[in-house]
Design a protein. Structure first.
Length: 311
């Protein structure tokens, strides 16, 4: 079974939440939305105290080259803009909103109907990712539109979708693959179109046999997308290790994946791309995994901060 060559371990697995579905939390009374939700520069607030906002509304602009727009995950009134302690333990600028109702931007398609066809051109897809604030959800939060801007003289020939989730406690990607498999495939097609490649490989470690079986069956309806089971080994979810495991190519030290013709996106990012391009939904979390000891959120809710303090 494929894997990377040098190093790696297999820690004892403690995927305690693997059997639990993703659940939706009740909307809280107050939400704190950090303005630094990407690997680059924090975004600049576009709202002020007293402003009314809708769910999905742009509230902060990413003005630097490496930055990302931030959208509200709730509707209500801006209480204040202040520094708050986020889940990293550091104080960050944030927009604090008192929730009032649940009013969404009219452009967002909230239906669960699968929308497969995408008529946007590659440049339009990348611009829309920038507008809607899509960042890498594998942990790095690198702005996706920047990652897809291939430098002049370089060419990608394979898109790799990272469904490895090799960390011994994490299970959110696994559950997402089970619950949103078809949407992930459509998101993969959109990313393939954005970077002009004809081949995509979805890598999944072999301890997720149910996800591998589901994805393998669905792949029959998506030409150009294949599913690659991988040996269970940490840190195979690392970008360079995953590229080597799937393609056999080694990314040189200090170089980017595009140097060997590869682009990597996480399955969570790929699902977000589907929702953004096909449903006009910006990147914000309304579905939060709270099973076991795993909490995934972009809008920091006060009850979650209390929960995180106890983990």
């Amino acid at each position: 079974m494929k894997t990377f060559r040098l190093g790696g371990v297999h820690p004892e697995e403690n995927k305690l939440s693997a059997v639990n579905p993703v659940v939706t939390l009740e909307i809280p009374k107050r939400v704190m939305i950090p303005l630094g939700q990407n690997l680059g520069a924090p975004s600049k607030a576009l709202v002020k105290k007293g402003d009314m906002v809708k769910t999905g509304q742009l509230i902060a602009k990413g003005e630097a080259f490496i930055s990302a727009n931030v959208h509200s995950s709730v509707s209500g009134k801006v209480f204040k803009i202040d520094q708050v302690t986020d889940t990293s333990g550091y104080k960050r600028d944030a927009v604090i909103i008192d929730v009032d109702g649940d009013e969404w931007e009219d452009s967002i398609d909230r239906s669960t109907t699968l929308k497969r066809d995408c008529n946007l051109k590659p440049a339009e897809i990348i611009e829309k990712l920038k507008e809607y604030g899509i960042v890498g959800l594998g942990g790095a939060t690198f702005p996706s539109h920047v990652k897809l801007m291939i430098p002049e003289g370089k060419k990608a020939d394979v898109l790799i979708i990272n469904g490895v989730e090799c960390e011994p406690y994490l299970t959110s990607d696994h559950e997402l693959m089970l619950e949103k498999a078809e949407e992930i495939f459509v998101g993969t097609e959109i990313l393939m179109k954005a970077v002009d490649v004809k081949k995509a490989v979805i890598g999944i470690e072999n301890n997720k046999k149910d996800a591998i079986a589901r994805f393998t069956e669905i792949s029959k309806s998506y030409p150009g997308i294949e599913v690659q089971p991988l040996k269970v080994k940490y840190p195979q979810g690392g970008e360079k290790q995953l590229i080597e495991a799937i393609t056999g190519r080694q990314v040189p030290s200090g170089a980017l994946p595009i140097s060997v013709g590869a682009i990597v996106q996480n399955v969570g990012t790929t699902f977000a791309v589907y929702e953004e391009v096909q449903k006009n939904k910006p990147l914000f979390e309304r579905i939060v995994t709270v099973t076991g000891k795993e909490v995934k959120t972009h809008a920091t809710y006060e009850p979650e901060l209390e929960l995180l303090s106890k983990i």
